[in-house]
Write a protein that binds this ligand. Structure first.
Ligand code: FEO
Length: 172
Protein backbone atom coordinates (compact mmCIF):
# COMPACT_ATOMS: atom_id res chain seq x y z
CA UNK A 1 0.00 0.00 0.00
CA UNK A 2 1.14 3.50 -0.72
CA UNK A 3 0.79 6.74 1.15
CA UNK A 4 -2.62 8.31 0.36
CA UNK A 5 -1.22 11.49 -1.22
CA UNK A 6 1.37 9.57 -3.24
CA UNK A 7 -1.34 7.20 -4.48
CA UNK A 8 -3.62 10.10 -5.44
CA UNK A 9 -0.89 11.98 -7.33
CA UNK A 10 0.29 8.86 -9.16
CA UNK A 11 -3.26 8.16 -10.28
CA UNK A 12 -3.64 11.73 -11.54
CA UNK A 13 -0.34 11.39 -13.36
CA UNK A 14 -1.56 8.30 -15.23
CA UNK A 15 -4.32 10.40 -16.76
CA UNK A 16 -1.94 13.29 -17.44
CA UNK A 17 0.48 11.01 -19.30
CA UNK A 18 -2.38 9.78 -21.47
CA UNK A 19 -3.31 13.42 -22.07
CA UNK A 20 0.31 14.03 -23.14
CA UNK A 21 -0.09 11.27 -25.73
CA UNK A 22 -3.32 12.97 -26.93
CA UNK A 23 -1.57 16.33 -27.14
CA UNK A 24 1.34 14.95 -29.16
CA UNK A 25 -0.99 13.12 -31.53
CA UNK A 26 -2.73 16.46 -32.00
CA UNK A 27 0.64 18.02 -32.91
CA UNK A 28 1.28 15.09 -35.28
CA UNK A 29 -2.04 15.72 -37.00
CA UNK A 30 -1.27 19.43 -37.35
CA UNK A 31 2.05 18.62 -39.04
CA UNK A 32 0.57 15.90 -41.24
CA UNK A 33 -1.97 18.46 -42.43
CA UNK A 34 0.85 20.95 -43.08
CA UNK A 35 2.71 18.38 -45.23
CA UNK A 36 5.50 17.92 -42.68
CA UNK A 37 5.36 14.16 -42.31
CA UNK A 38 8.71 13.94 -40.50
CA UNK A 39 7.48 16.24 -37.73
CA UNK A 40 4.24 14.23 -37.63
CA UNK A 41 6.18 11.01 -37.26
CA UNK A 42 8.40 12.47 -34.52
CA UNK A 43 5.32 13.35 -32.47
CA UNK A 44 3.68 9.99 -33.12
CA UNK A 45 6.76 8.38 -31.54
CA UNK A 46 6.56 10.88 -28.69
CA UNK A 47 2.90 9.98 -28.15
CA UNK A 48 3.88 6.32 -27.90
CA UNK A 49 6.45 7.20 -25.23
CA UNK A 50 3.81 9.11 -23.27
CA UNK A 51 1.48 6.14 -23.38
CA UNK A 52 4.37 4.07 -22.03
CA UNK A 53 4.80 6.51 -19.14
CA UNK A 54 1.12 6.10 -18.25
CA UNK A 55 1.43 2.32 -18.42
CA UNK A 56 4.51 2.32 -16.16
CA UNK A 57 2.65 4.31 -13.51
CA UNK A 58 -0.41 2.10 -13.86
CA UNK A 59 1.78 -0.99 -13.40
CA UNK A 60 3.48 0.54 -10.36
CA UNK A 61 0.11 1.22 -8.72
CA UNK A 62 -1.08 -2.32 -9.45
CA UNK A 63 2.16 -3.86 -8.21
CA UNK A 64 1.72 -1.98 -4.94
CA UNK A 65 -1.80 -3.26 -4.37
CA UNK A 66 -3.42 0.02 -5.36
CA UNK A 67 -6.53 0.58 -7.44
CA UNK A 68 -6.01 2.47 -10.70
CA UNK A 69 -8.51 5.27 -11.16
CA UNK A 70 -8.61 6.69 -14.68
CA UNK A 71 -9.59 10.33 -14.88
CA UNK A 72 -11.17 12.13 -17.80
CA UNK A 73 -8.74 13.01 -20.58
CA UNK A 74 -9.23 16.56 -21.82
CA UNK A 75 -9.39 17.33 -25.54
CA UNK A 76 -6.25 19.11 -26.81
CA UNK A 77 -6.59 22.64 -28.18
CA UNK A 78 -6.24 22.47 -31.96
CA UNK A 79 -5.33 26.12 -32.54
CA UNK A 80 -1.70 26.50 -33.69
CA UNK A 81 -0.72 29.77 -35.33
CA UNK A 82 2.27 28.43 -37.29
CA UNK A 83 4.73 25.53 -37.58
CA UNK A 84 6.65 26.66 -34.51
CA UNK A 85 3.58 26.86 -32.24
CA UNK A 86 3.27 23.13 -31.42
CA UNK A 87 6.99 23.06 -30.56
CA UNK A 88 6.57 25.93 -28.10
CA UNK A 89 3.46 24.29 -26.66
CA UNK A 90 5.43 21.04 -26.33
CA UNK A 91 8.18 22.67 -24.29
CA UNK A 92 5.65 24.41 -22.03
CA UNK A 93 3.86 21.08 -21.55
CA UNK A 94 7.03 19.18 -20.68
CA UNK A 95 7.93 21.83 -18.08
CA UNK A 96 4.47 21.38 -16.59
CA UNK A 97 4.96 17.60 -16.48
CA UNK A 98 8.34 18.04 -14.77
CA UNK A 99 6.58 20.07 -12.08
CA UNK A 100 3.99 17.31 -11.58
CA UNK A 101 6.67 14.61 -11.34
CA UNK A 102 8.53 16.77 -8.82
CA UNK A 103 5.33 17.14 -6.79
CA UNK A 104 4.92 13.35 -6.59
CA UNK A 105 8.58 13.04 -5.66
CA UNK A 106 8.14 15.61 -2.90
CA UNK A 107 5.07 13.78 -1.56
CA UNK A 108 7.01 10.48 -1.57
CA UNK A 109 9.91 12.15 0.23
CA UNK A 110 7.57 13.62 2.86
CA UNK A 111 6.06 10.16 3.41
CA UNK A 112 9.53 8.53 3.58
CA UNK A 113 8.38 6.41 0.64
CA UNK A 114 11.83 5.64 -0.70
CA UNK A 115 10.54 2.94 -3.02
CA UNK A 116 8.41 5.42 -4.93
CA UNK A 117 11.28 7.91 -5.01
CA UNK A 118 13.42 5.21 -6.62
CA UNK A 119 10.63 4.46 -9.11
CA UNK A 120 10.37 8.16 -9.96
CA UNK A 121 14.12 8.60 -10.48
CA UNK A 122 13.73 7.31 -14.05
CA UNK A 123 10.98 9.87 -14.71
CA UNK A 124 13.08 12.72 -13.31
CA UNK A 125 15.87 11.85 -15.75
CA UNK A 126 13.39 11.34 -18.59
CA UNK A 127 11.88 14.78 -18.02
CA UNK A 128 15.34 16.34 -18.27
CA UNK A 129 15.80 14.64 -21.64
CA UNK A 130 12.34 15.55 -22.88
CA UNK A 131 12.75 19.22 -22.00
CA UNK A 132 16.08 19.24 -23.84
CA UNK A 133 14.53 17.54 -26.89
CA UNK A 134 11.77 20.14 -26.93
CA UNK A 135 14.31 22.99 -26.66
CA UNK A 136 16.42 21.47 -29.45
CA UNK A 137 13.42 21.25 -31.77
CA UNK A 138 12.64 24.93 -31.18
CA UNK A 139 16.27 25.90 -31.91
CA UNK A 140 16.29 23.86 -35.10
CA UNK A 141 13.04 25.43 -36.25
CA UNK A 142 14.46 28.91 -35.54
CA UNK A 143 17.58 28.08 -37.56
CA UNK A 144 16.03 26.22 -40.49
CA UNK A 145 12.27 26.84 -40.43
CA UNK A 146 12.18 29.94 -42.63
CA UNK A 147 13.90 28.43 -45.65
CA UNK A 148 11.75 25.80 -47.46
CA UNK A 149 14.75 23.66 -48.50
CA UNK A 150 16.18 23.60 -44.97
CA UNK A 151 12.75 22.85 -43.54
CA UNK A 152 12.42 19.97 -46.00
CA UNK A 153 15.74 18.52 -44.79
CA UNK A 154 14.83 19.02 -41.13
CA UNK A 155 11.55 17.22 -41.76
CA UNK A 156 13.48 14.32 -43.33
CA UNK A 157 15.78 14.25 -40.31
CA UNK A 158 12.84 13.99 -37.88
CA UNK A 159 11.29 11.20 -39.98
CA UNK A 160 14.23 8.98 -38.97
CA UNK A 161 13.23 8.85 -35.29
CA UNK A 162 12.73 5.25 -34.19
CA UNK A 163 10.52 4.22 -31.28
CA UNK A 164 12.62 2.18 -28.88
CA UNK A 165 11.39 1.37 -25.39
CA UNK A 166 14.05 2.40 -22.89
CA UNK A 167 15.94 -0.68 -21.67
CA UNK A 168 16.18 0.42 -18.02
CA UNK A 169 12.68 1.90 -17.79
CA UNK A 170 10.18 0.73 -15.15
CA UNK A 171 7.99 -2.24 -16.10
CA UNK A 172 4.72 -1.65 -17.98
FE1 FEO B 1 5.65 11.71 -19.91
FE2 FEO B 1 6.79 13.87 -21.76
O1 FEO B 1 6.36 13.35 -20.06
Amino acid sequence: MLNEQVRKLLNEQVTREFYSAYLYLDFADYYADAGLDGFAHWYEVQAQEERDHAMMMRRYLLDNGEKVVFGQIDAPDKQYADNAAPLQAGLAHERLVTGWINDIYAAAFAAKDFKTMQFLDWFVKEQGEEEKNAEDLIKKMQLFGQDPKSLYLLDKDLAARVYTPSANAPAM
